[in-house]
Design a binder for this molecule. Structure first.
Ligand code: NAD
Length: 441
């Protein structure tokens, strides 16, 4: 079976590589010619653990190839996946221009039956617009070709994307014809054989499932951040509370970690887009309004703690920021809480030295030379008034505290991810601030 993937970003590249890995012939198409040339030469545009090996292996075996030409990719394909970006528009709704561009292009170029599958995260009702774009392009050519549209939202997590794709909890597929269902069932057969379920449903429900899932996860984060803030005020410890509630199977222990707010390319934009969908239907999603408001506030939490500790006087003080990406194991900086923190520090007249194991190059595209990037976490901390942990990369988990205490201007630590032992640090002479622990909040 041959498929085409339009869009070679985090989702498109992982999808293409993993489908090739299970035996499908895959052609990845992207409008970014520089990205395609680099991929043809084995250079990946993103950091994702395990991806490089899979891309190389499947390129060598000729199951995976890259092109900028949709016309060269389509012949012989049975399905095309649209995996382009859907960034937030001005009103928060998902900007569908890239999705609809690709749909129109497919209509202009297709020569045989295709299942046109939207993998990008798109609001309920988008398949109708994709269908219209394909139909209009076909009728402009005066062609009557058969095709189906389908929705197959992606649930991979950056940093664990390969495992998530190859061993999915579930594959959600929205179809409205048995032909489309059969094609996608055949494509995903290797996953089904390994016991991973595929859930067929109507297209609108598949589109909605993705937003409902991301909004639920964002809700858990904002809920825990809210409870953590109250713990800090009321003499409770969120870490103990988290364990206490997580052991109830109705709640479960995943996604209960408080921090400095959710970021990334999905949760912020998907919550906004779902709120906007609600508005379009005259329905106010009150819980999600609160989820967003709590998150905006939480992104300022560490900065407020810094100001309080230094009595508002941080001008010309140097701060070390550890971790920049929105979460560990990725170089993705989109909507990273570290950016909000760093910009607040700079606006207040402080200087910032930062270290991240992978994301510094990407971070520089957002921050330019407004901060100093260092080669390791210790250099960042030299003469710093405090360390601020923004992303819980493994490399930050067991630092040499004595070394740090000696090289910092003052041994102060703001732990934005609650990964350190406050009792140990206080014993070592550090002033420690975590999230949602009364003694140190
Ligand atoms: P991305 O920005 O990393 O990649 C998008 C790619 O599409 C870019 O390489 C861009 O050049 C390309 N593109 C744009 N217009 C094109 C066109 N007309 N033809 C061909 N290529 C084109 O985006 P991403 O993070 O992979 O996200 C893609 C979609 O998947 C979004 O809707 C996102 O919400 C969704 N999603 C993302 C994740 C994630 O973790 N990143 C997870 C699940 C779903």
């Amino acid at each position: 079976m041959k498929v085409v993937i339009a869009g070679t970003g985090y989702v498109g590249l992982v999808t293409g590589a993993c489908l090739a890995e299970v035996g499908t012939e895959v052609v990845c198409v992207d409008v970014d010619a520089a990205k395609i040339t680099r991929l043809q030469n084995g250079i990946l545009p993103i950091y994702e653990p395990g991806l490089q090996e899979i891309v190389m292996r499947n390129q060598e075996s000729k199951r995976l190839s890259f092109t900028t030409e949709m016309s060269a990719a389509l012949p012989g394909a049975e399905a095309v996946f649209i995996a382009v970006g859907t960034p937030p528009g001005e009103d928060g709704s998902a900007d569908l221009q890239y999705v609809l561009q690709v749909a129109g292009q497919i209509g202009q170029l297709m020569e045989q039956y295709l299942v046109i599958v939207t993998k990008s995260t798109v609001p309920v009702g988008t398949a109708v617009r994709v269908n219209r774009a394909v139909k209009e392009a076909l009728s402009a050519r005066q062609r009557l070709l058969d095709y189906d549209v389908a929705s197959n939202p992606e649930f991979l997590k950056e940093g664990a994307a390969i495992n998530d794709f190859l061993k999915p909890d579930r594959i959600v597929v929205g179809v409205n014809t048995s032909r489309a269902r059969q094609t996608l069932e055949q494509l995903y057969r290797p996953f089904l054989l390994n016991g991973h379920p595929i859930l067929f449903m109507d297209i609108a429900s598949a589109e909605m499932t993705k937003y409902a899932a991301n909004a639920m996860l964002a809700t858990r984060i904002s809920y825990m951040n809210d409870i953590a803030n109250l713990c800090g005020l009321a003499g409770a410890d969120i870490n103990q509370v988290r364990k206490g509630i997580g052991s109830d199977p109705r709640i479960g222990k995943h996604f209960l970690y408080p921090g400095i707010g959710y970021g990334g390319s999905c949760f912020p934009k998907d919550v906004k887009a779902l709120l906007q969908t609600g508005r379009e239907y005259g329905y106010q999603l009150r819980i999600l309004d609160a989820v967003e408001a709590v998150n905006e506030d939480q992104k300022q939490l560490l900065f407020r703690k810094v100001l309080r500790h230094f009595d508002g006087n941080i001008r010309n003080k140097k701060f070390a920021v550890w971790g920049l990406s929105f979460k560990p194991n990725t170089d993705d900086m989109r909507e990273a809480p570290s950016l909000v923190l760093i910009r607040s520090l700079l606006e207040a007249g402080a200087t910032v030295s930062a270290y991240d194991p992978v994301a510094m190059k990407e971070a520089a595209t957002y921050l330019g030379n407004s901060i100093t990037f260092t080669d390791d976490m210790y250099s960042a901390a030299e003469n710093a008034a405090a360390i601020l942990l923004a992303t819980e990369w493994n490399t930050f988990r067991m630092p040499d505290w004595l070394r740090l205490r000696n090289l910092m201007q003052s041994p102060v630590l703001f732990d934005g991810r609650n990964i350190y032992d406050d009792v140990q640090l206080i014993k070592l002479g550090f002033t420690y601030y975590g999230i949602g622990k009364s003694a140190t909040s």
